[in-house]
Design a binder for this molecule. Structure first.
Ligand code: B3K
Ligand code: ZN
Length: 876
């Protein structure tokens, strides 16, 4: 658990030339032989020893150029192997033998077993659990891998790169050999073997190479991989068209496994996926599942260029591959689906996940400068804010210059382990623009707050906009410099058309983007003939909090007229938020909750507007979440009051709009058999949000029960079940729907996960006892990350009233669970613990309970570095 500092980076003393690995598989005693060829880097002290990383390893053999190394020449611990007296100049070969136990590997890092399959996960530092190695991303080499194992149990034997050959070589044993010609860091190594089914296809690249595509799944699940295959082919095509990136091996493989710590992993030529993000059919997957599969298949595939061909120099540069690749997958989904609706979903996600992280004790820059446990930095800040930073570069430079910069990046850094500075430099060189101030987005944590005020002067025809920016203090960064904030804007006139100013003073404006670069800046637009309504930060061009006291009338004007659909949705949200905040305060003070008729009118108008796509209308009707309201309130939060206030506002909208909701429910049914396309999904979303409102106005489970009984796809079924369980938890309709869902999908763990999550998020204090009894259910497997996340994780992250019980029982329960999970799988435990990152903004009684629970964790014996790092930062 030492702290690692960016400032301490230096290249390795030895250059790795080649890696040759042989695995003799055995469930509890796998032999790994690693032959590594090194040479001393020029200029390095000729006596410097070779130091290799390990993690829980036992060395059983060590050769130097095929001769046994005397014990006096090396030191070894489970964490490190140091070899001395190595050749000063000529290359040498080190052969290391270790034995590892995949069956006992509950951390799911390194080589482990899941459902009879051998599988690896090496990012960030899992390779050192396989053999002693310079396990860092700037050590790249070509790999040859030989796999030897039981023939019957492992008909499929896979590793990175191209297949060299294989056969059954003696009684009951088989082998396979793979060669990956592309130099890669160890974190991209993968090995998978087992008895798996496969779905095959091909893709012909833009220069005419035929690539074999294979998706491996458990036998019998092949039909459920069809959508993933389709998404893969579309991703490959899109990356050629949009970024000019072509695939570079003759085979691309994906394996779906059921025990996996995260979503998926971009190992070179052999992606390993959580099966949740591969398997889908209409009966078992929701529209959201399909969209996630499409996005994650694309994300991992896109890593082949942004991550693998160009990797990271060190783990501080993680956003170099993750932020950029998220940006790429966002763009892909926007092109495949509806761009504005996709943007709304991204911003909802950013605000609900990244903004709280940036405003709490775990805040860190997109490019951090120190870490204690790198696995704790695969955060929404690195990923999602990292993506937003890339998006801002595109906004600042414009589409063509951005493309030139990307081309330069691919050309200049192909084969490199690069840095964020390298990346930014490409855009500077391509465009001639100085990005020094802009780079603060990588280095300063915290969500900037921009305060805006405007005025219009009729006599001179000028519109004045005053902006002020403030970046809040974050851990380790008490003062901040002003940032370069690109704000997309429009001046909307009375009739809905956009004003074209004659001139502007006070700062740089390029096309529809204002460049806010000072702490305070006033822009004056001239030649505006009548009072315009300003729409600011359109498309969410900058990831900021914006305080701009616009009147409900102005917001309604934007919601009606902006040509940017995102901005229309944003205006509706801005209209709703003060209502929801006041509702929470009123509920807390025992007052009657009211809802502004103007809000109701604006929402119903958007809902009924048939010129708008259904998916957008569904987003418009989906009010900010309880967590969103808590974030806006900022401090002294009472989740029960927020829930009560929001529920009352929803009821008021439901009453007023009942007729429209009945109409939408009856008409928004996609025709024909289920198809997961965005348009049909949009109709289902609109119909289901209408159904949700109707449960409030009708006050009866009847309509949802009927929807449950008649639905022919998982989207509608899961939504109906959610409404029954959440709105009418003690009704016989809810009980029988939960029971029939279980019977119908028993044996399909990914669907049972939905059954767990739906129950874990039933609002109210009873949720805890429900979660506890579900943990006793035999279908709950405490070592499977998907089960744990869907029950315990969902409860802690997504049930504000159930988890934040006033008596603190939710926190005490979580503390116990974290310790139990930590003993087996530290990464999973640490991730779920981050659900408490906003504990300081709770009202004092709950905050005290939360602190006490965190302190129990902090004081526990044998904490992993992962959990210790999180809990200590949260309590600091
Ligand atoms: N690169 C992996 C994440 C690895 C997480 C390691 N703790 C998946 C992705 O971002 O594509
Ligand atoms: Zn990624």
């Amino acid at each position: 658990g030492q702290i690692v500092h960016l400032a301490d980076y230096r290249p390795t003393d030895f250059v790795l030339e080649r890696v040759d690995l042989t695995f003799e598989l055995d469930p509890t005693n796998t032999k790994v032989e690693a032959r590594l060829i090194f040479h001393r880097r020029e200029g390095v002290d000729p006596t410097a020893p070779l130091v290799l990383d390990g993690d829980e390893l036992t060395l059983s053999g060590l050769l130097l150029d095929q001769n046994e190394v005397p014990t006096s020449q090396y030191d070894v611990t489970p964490e490190q192997l140091t070899v001395r007296d190595l050749p000063a100049e000529s290359p040498f070969e080190i052969t290391i033998t270790t034995y590892i136990n995949p069956e006992a590997n509950t951390q799911l890092m390194g080589l482990y077993r899941t459902n009879g399959i051998y599988c690896t996960q090496c990012e960030a530092e899992g390779f050192r659990r396989i053999t002693y190695f310079p396990d860092r991303p700037d050590v790249l080499a070509p790999y040859t891998v030989t796999i030897i194992g039981d023939k019957a149990a492992n008909p499929v034997m896979l590793s990175n790169g191209n297949f060299l050959g294989g056969a059954g070589y003696d009684e009951g044993r088989a082998f396979a050999a793979w060669f990956d010609p592309h130099p890669k860091p160890s974190y991209l190594f993968a090995l998978v073997t087992g008895d798996l089914g496969v779905v095959e296809d091909t893709f012909t690249t833009m220069s005419g190479n035929e690539v074999a595509l294979k998706i491996y799944v458990e036998h019998g699940k092949e039909p459920r991989a069809a959508y993933a295959m389709d998404a893969l082919k579309r991703s490959m095509k899109w990356d050629e068209e949009r970024f000019g990136r072509e695939y570079d091996l003759n085979i691309f493989q994906i394996v779906a496994v059921s025990d996996f710590n995260m979503g998926a992993m971009e190992n070179k030529g052999l992606n390993v996926f959580n099966d949740k993000y591969v398997l889908a059919d209409p009966e078992t997957a929701t529209d959201q599942d399909y969209a996630n599969i499409e996005a994650i298949i694309a994300h991992e595939y896109f890593h082949n260029w942004t991550g693998n061909r160009i990797t990271c120099r060190d783990w501080f540069q993680l956003c170099l591959k993750e932020g950029l690749t998220v940006y790429r997958d966002h763009e892909f989904s926007a092109d495949m689906r509806s761009r504005p609706v996709k943007r709304i979903a991204e911003v909802r996600h950013l605000k609900s996940e990244q903004f709280p992280e940036d405003a709490g004790p775990l805040a860190h820059p997109v490019r951090p400068t120190k870490y204690r446990e790198i696995n704790n930095f695969y955060t929404t800040t690195v990923y999602e804010k990292g993506s937003e930073v890339t998006r801002m570069i595109a906004t600042l430079l414009g589409r063509d210059m951005f493309k030139k910069g990307m081309d330069l990046y691919f050309e200049r850094h192909d084969g490199d382990a690069a840095t964020v500075e390298d990346f930014v430099k490409c855009f500077e060189d391509a465009s001639g623009r100085d990005l020094t101030q802009f780079s603060l987005w990588y280095h300063q944590a915290g969500t900037p707050l921009v305060t805006a005020s405007s005025s219009y002067d009729q006599s001179s025809g000028t519109f004045t906009l005053s902006l002020e920016q403030m970046v809040p203090a974050t851990p380790g960064q008490s003062t901040k410099d002003p940032m370069h904030i690109p704000l997309s804007f429009a001046l909307i006139l009375d009739n809905g058309s956009l004003a074209t100013p004659e001139g502007v003073t006070g700062g740089e404006v390029t096309e529809d983007v204002l460049h806010l670069t000072e702490r305070r800046q006033t822009f004056t637009f001239s030649g505006i003939s009548s009072r315009p309504v300003l729409s600011l930060n359109r498309s969410f061009s900058a990831p900021i909090n914006l305080h701009f006291d616009q009147t409900p009338a102005d917001l309604a004007h934007i919601a009606r007229h902006d040509t940017d659909l995102f901005a229309r949705w944003q205006a509706l949200t801005d209209l709703a938020m003060p209502n929801l905040m006041q509702a929470a305060r009123d509920a807390r003070d025992g007052k009657d909750v009211t809802c502004d008729p103007a809000l109701i009118a604006a929402l119903l108008e958007a809902a009924a507007d048939e010129t708008l796509e259904p998916a957008f209308r569904a987003q418009a009707l989906t009010l900010p979440s309880e967590a969103d309201i808590a974030r806006e309130l900022g401090s002294n939060n009472d989740p029960d009051a927020i829930h009560a206030g929001r529920t009352a506002v929803i009821s008021a909208i439901a009453e007023a709009g009942e007729k429209s909701f009945v109409h939408l429910f009856e008409t928004m049914k996609p025709e024909g058999a289920y198809a997961p396309d965005a348009e049909s999904a949009g109709k289902r979303a609109l119909r289901n949000i209408a159904l949700s409102y109707l449960t409030y106005s009708e006050g009866s489970p009847a309509r949802a029960a009927e929807a449950f009984a008649s639905s022919d796809n998982m989207t509608d079924l899961a939504q109906a079940l959610t409404l029954l369980a959440h709105r009418f938890p003690s009704s016989s309709e809810a009980t029988s729907a939960l029971a029939s869902f279980l019977t119908r999908f028993d044996g399909n763990p990914l669907v049972i996960d939905k059954w767990f999550s739906i129950q874990a998020t039933i609002p109210g204090a009873d949720a805890l006892s429900r979660v506890k009894s579900l943990m006793e259910n035999p279908r709950f497997i405490s070592t499977n990350p998907n089960r744990v996340r869907s029950l315990i994780g969902t409860y802690a992250f997504s049930n504000p009233t159930g988890f934040n019980r006033a008596d603190g029982e939710g926190y005490r329960f979580l503390a116990e669970q974290i310790l139990a999970i930590d003993a087996k799988n530290p990464q999973l435990a640490a991730r779920i613990l981050t659900s408490m990152r906003s504990w300081r903004s709770l009202e004092p009684q709950r905050a005290d309970h939360a602190r006490a629970a965190l302190t129990t964790i902090e004081r526990a014996a044998n904490l992993s570095t992962d959990v210790r790092d999180i809990v200590e930062r949260m309590l600091k």
